[in-house]
Design a protein around this ligand. Structure first.
Ligand SMILES: [Zn+2]
Length: 64
């Protein structure tokens, strides 16, 4: 399932397969569907990612 991450006042949506973050739920869902069925990432989708999340004590956003 796509997860939602709140960082400051912003909310992002993450693919639970590859942990890339997107600004919109729709793209995150597309990524997750692709990742789950192909076991790899689609570069057309991942190019829209704004970063990935590292889970430590607080979700931490890494841009890039
Ligand atoms: Zn993904």
């Amino acid at each position: 399932m796509v997860f939602e991450v709140a960082i400051g006042k912003d909310r992002y949506y993450g693919c639970s397969e590859c942990f890339l973050l997107y600004r919109d739920l729709e793209t995150a869902s597309m990524c997750e569907e692709w990742c789950a069925s192909h076991k790899s990432c689609n570069s057309d989708i991942t190019s829209k990612s704004i970063g990935y999340v590292k889970f430590s004590r607080r979700p931490e956003l890494s841009i890039g």
